[in-house]
Design a protein around this ligand. Structure first.
Ligand code: NAX
Length: 331
């Protein structure tokens, strides 16, 4: 039997936490033959609820689950973890300015960066989900200088999966037959869901989405805004933000990162920019990536037309602004 992998979930008493821990314990994230030990972190006011989650994990008797640590101490939570899924954060409440939310989250990510840097396993892979996800990941990177920048990512896979879902509904094809959409930039409403290189598997081979959906107006307009605004549409419908789809996307993100992307397929991940596609280095920006042997690399050489360029630049600009806002919160 394989050695168990230690997985930290912060914000584990919250909505996404409640959805993701059973997925991890069932092997959805790392496969059906990989034992896991869950490290659950949340804050003191919800310590009792966190303990309730631990009780339910015991009651579910998951064969792959070899242990659960539920704690409000970030150091204990980070000890020896191989994977860190950072869901914990301060939500935006009515009447709060963007800067106030930023300030709360930046200080959380600064503190947790140090705990991870000091106590996580060497080569720990980090996925930041809590918003502002890209900028929280950037702060974590800046305050954990000994963690390789390649190991710090943020979640845009939910947006990626939403784009696949929209194309599949529009063309009435299986979602598993659609691939290679791209989410560029920020996990926010400025993100750019791009179908320029996306294809659908058909009985006549791989066909470009742009050929099958001949309605350019829909692709360049409604499709993009639907994906950008999907989070708000879920809140409107459910009166709570996306949780099961976010948890599922987080499992997809880690699974593909650790176990590799299928040949000929790429996925979207928020990663530290190396200047690819003219995006300024020093931002956590979502790119198309392939993964192999636990390492991601940005897909190179895709043709970018003027329409795409403008949208990629707009979301880059927002990330530059978020970065400077985050730094000004730390001053
Ligand atoms: P919840 O408010 O249900 O859960 C958040 C949990 O974090 C709470 O239990 C809270 O006590 C805990 N927390 C707060 N400060 C903490 C700290 N310092 N250390 C540890 N835990 C702490 O929110 P939920 O719906 O689960 O969403 C979590 C985060 O994911 C939010 O920031 C949300 O905006 C973000 N999302 C990001 C998505 C993405 O695609 N990147 C999509 C889904 C989601 O909206």
């Amino acid at each position: 039997e394989k050695e168990p992998v230690r997985i930290l979930v912060t914000g584990a008493a919250g909505q996404i936490g409640y959805a993701i821990v059973p997925m991890i314990a069932r092997g959805v994230m790392l496969g059906p033959d990989q034992p896991v030990i869950l490290h659950l972190l949340d804050i003191e006011p919800v310590a009792e609820a966190l303990n309730g989650v631990k009780m339910e994990l015991t009651d579910a008797a998951f064969p792959l689950l070899k242990g659960v640590i539920a704690t409000t101490d970030p150091i204990e939570a980070c000890m020896g973890v191989n994977i860190a899924v950072m869901v914990g954060g301060f939500p935006r409440k009515e009447g709060m300015e963007r800067k106030d939310v930023m300030s709360k989250n930046v200080s959380i990510y600064k503190a947790q960066a140090s705990a991870l840097e000091k106590h996580a396993a060497e080569d720990c892979k980090v996925l930041v989900i809590a918003n502002p996800a890209n900028t929280n990941a950037l702060i974590l990177k800046e305050f954990a200088p000994s963690i390789p920048e390649k190991n710090i990512t943020c979640l845009t896979r939910l947006d990626h999966n939403r784009a696949l879902g929209q194309i599949s509904e529009r063309l009435d094809v299986q979602v598993s037959d659609v691939k290679n959409v791209i989410i560029w930039g920020n996990h926010s409403s400025t993100q750019y869901p791009d179908v320029s290189h996306a294809t659908v598997h058909t009985s006549r081979g791989e066909k470009p989405v742009r050929e099958l959906v001949s309605d350019d107006k829909w692709l360049n307009d409604e499709f993009i805004t639907t994906v950008q605004q999907r989070g708000a549409a879920i809140i409107e419908a459910r009166k709570q933000s996306s949780a099961l789809s976010a948890a599922s996307a987080a499992c997809d993100h880690i699974r593909d990162w650790v176990l590799g992307t299928p040949k000929g397929t790429w996925v979207s991940m928020g990663v530290y920019s190396d200047g690819s596609y003219g995006i300024q280095p020093g931002l956590v920006y979502s790119f198309p990536v392939t993964c192999e042997k636990g390492r991601w690399s940005i897909v190179q050489g895709l043709m970018i037309d003027e329409f795409s360029r403008a949208k990629m630049d707009a979301t880059e600009k927002e990330l530059v602004e978020e970065k400077s806002m985050a730094h000004s919160c730390l001053d």
